[in-house]
Design a protein around this ligand. Structure first.
Ligand code: MN
Length: 566
């Protein structure tokens, strides 16, 4: 396979992207002190290793330019076309989401990655980016390492795993686990290590026995290896089993790579004939692949010396898919002419009937799969009924499509919703009624004592926002008309003059009292005199007296009476 440097030599377009990235990042350094360009090059090399297309390699080279250099998306679009610009924009957007360790936000963040990526290539480039950042994380200050490692462990590694990229997932986990979970890591080292080495020795002893067993029964196999469970996945398993090591059976897994599907089942039969299987632990992922496309046979048996071991049996192709997941699918399909687009996004590169993952994504809309977790992961993208937006700090806020900044504000916090004044969407001042899109960064400006606008009800999309707005309105009405207020009527005799009525209403308005009704008629006792009746409501009698006094002082007011009114 070609290296990136060879590709730069051979492809003028990749060369152009490389030169542009080199120029844009000129003078910038990584935390390690290396020239910045080493990073996009490493990312592009990974993307190349995953057999992704030239556009992805170009986007990988340019992935940090828009965020960190004067280079613009428009320029990239002009030089490399719409698609490359779309990929770079996507990777940039994904970088805006930040996980800070809040359990309930993990799922939103994973969804954000897929939904906002919009195209699986965006997600893969982002994963390659994170891989290189993790490989070089030791160059960062310790306090910065923690957050990034935790985000990698909870979001990126989990995502890689769901995409079936187990090799990537386990490398990401292995680097991030000791940093993100220091105490747990130490506990594992102290508790597990001896047993772990013991099991590796046992597995090495078993290996030739199985080889011989399969060979004697005429099963063609290419490879048998032992897989010692990594500390981090063991830790996760232990959590599930109350830290009881005896209950974790696949501490060591024996993996047999055989030549055909038939041989998979035959090998399983021979193993069960020789060693008693544990009931309930036989899994046929060939007949029933996992949602991410994983295929293999698993069983757990009492092996030699009555020791429990897990055995996995699969073909070479299944093995490649298991290690490389979606990127393996990509490699198979790369040179085939296929036009199977599944909605926009994930599978524009694959022939659907051959690929489990892709197939299930396609079926998702009609037949929700049993694997609930995977369903929720991709639903937001494929059913397009949800959008994932971001706070300026990178927290993911999930909303129904068509939701507005007001909905967003209420979902961040009810008080932010209630006092929301104006907003910026992706840095631009926008109306509060703007329909938001996935990936939008929304900043809400609030003002103390601000109340929800009456018109908000006409454009909000979430019931959460609607309920809060209604509640505030109801409270307002209660203050104005409810039992807590007493109604009064002022009866004034005034000598009429220009502006008198205005003076009266000004006094009332300045005391922030609402007029409920008013009435004016000629008073026939004196010429040019009028009788005014003004109805209002206040919370206590003192306030009505204060109002009466203020009005009495106005020029032309002859007498003031204040009566309770019902
Ligand atoms: Mn980067």
């Amino acid at each position: 396979m070609k290296t990136l440097l060879e590709l730069i030599k051979d492809s003028p377009l990749v060369k152009k992207a490389y030169d542009m990235a080199l120029l844009a990042h000129k003078g910038q350094k990584r935390a390690s002190g290396e020239d910045y360009i080493t990073h996009p090059m490493a990312v592009a090399q990974t993307v190349l290793d995953w057999h992704m297309d030239e556009m992805s390699i170009i986007a990988a080279l340019l992935h940090d330019t828009v965020e960190d250099t004067p280079l613009t998306l428009d320029k990239i679009k002009k030089e490399f076309g719409e698609k490359v610009a779309f990929l770079v924009a996507g990777v940039t957007k994904l970088g805006h989401a930040k996980y800070r360790g809040e359990e309930r936000e993990v799922e939103n963040m994973r969804k954000f990655m897929l939904a906002v990526g919009g195209d699986i290539r965006v997600v893969l480039i982002k994963l390659a980016d994170r891989l290189h950042n993790m490989r070089t994380i030791k160059a960062l200050k310790p306090e910065k390492q923690g957050r990034i490692a935790l985000e990698t462990l909870e979001v990126y590694a989990a995502l890689a795993e769901r995409l079936g990229m187990y090799d990537l997932a386990s490398e990401l986990e292995e680097i991030s686990f000791p940093i993100a979970k220091k105490k747990e890591y130490q506990w594992m080292i102290d508790t597990i290590k001896d047993k772990y080495e013991e099991r590796v020795a046992y597995a090495n002893h078993i290996k030739p026995i199985i080889s011989k067993l399969l060979a004697n029964n005429g099963i063609k196999f290419s490879k048998i290896d032992i897989r010692a469970k990594k500390l981090v996945s063991l830790y996760r398993k232990l959590l599930k089993y109350e830290m009881n090591l005896e209950r974790v059976y696949d501490l060591i897994a024996i993996r047999c790579i055989v030549n055909s599907v038939e041989d998979c089942y035959a090998a399983l039969g021979i193993i069960h004939k020789n060693w008693l299987p544990l009931p309930g632990r036989i899994k046929d992922y060939i007949a029933f692949p996992k949602a991410n496309g994983y295929r293999s046979l698993h069983t757990t048996v009492f092996g030699p010396e009555e020791k429990v071991m897990e055995v996995q049996i699969r073909t070479a192709q299944m093995h490649n898919e298991a290690e490389n997941g979606i990127s393996a699918h990509w490699a198979y399909q790369k040179n085939k002419d296929t036009k199977n687009y599944i909605r926009r996004g994930i599978a524009s590169f694959a022939k659907a009937d051959e690929l489990q993952l892709i197939k299930q994504l396609k079926d998702l809309k009609e037949n929700p799969p049993n694997n609930e977790e995977f369903a929720t992961l991709v639903k937001s993208d494929f059913l397009e009924d949800r959008i994932l937006t971001l706070t300026p700090k990178g927290r993911v806020i999930e909303l129904p499509s068509g939701a507005t900044p007001v909905d967003f504000a209420y979902h961040v916090h009810s008080e932010i919703g209630n006092t929301c004044m104006s907003c910026r969407v992706n840095g631009l001042v926008s109306p509060l009624s703007t329909p938001l899109k996935s990936g939008d960064v929304v900043e809400i400006m609030t003002q103390k004592n601000k109340r929800p606008g009456d018109e908000w009800l006409s454009f909000v999309k979430t019931s959460l926002a609607r309920e809060h707005i209604r509640k505030v309105q109801k409270d307002k009405n209660k203050v104005l008309y409810g039992e807590t207020l007493k109604k009064y009527e002022l009866r004034l005799i005034v000598e009429d003059r220009v502006g008198l009525l205005n003076d009266v209403t000004n006094v009332i308005a300045r005391m922030k009292i609402n007029i409920n009704h008013h009435e004016s008629r000629e008073d026939h006792t004196f010429a040019n005199h009028k009788m005014l009746k003004i109805g209002f409501a206040v919370s206590n009698y003192e306030k009505s007296k204060e109002l009466s006094e203020k009005i009495r002082k106005l020029k032309g007011v002859k007498s003031v009476e204040c009566h309770p009114y019902s």
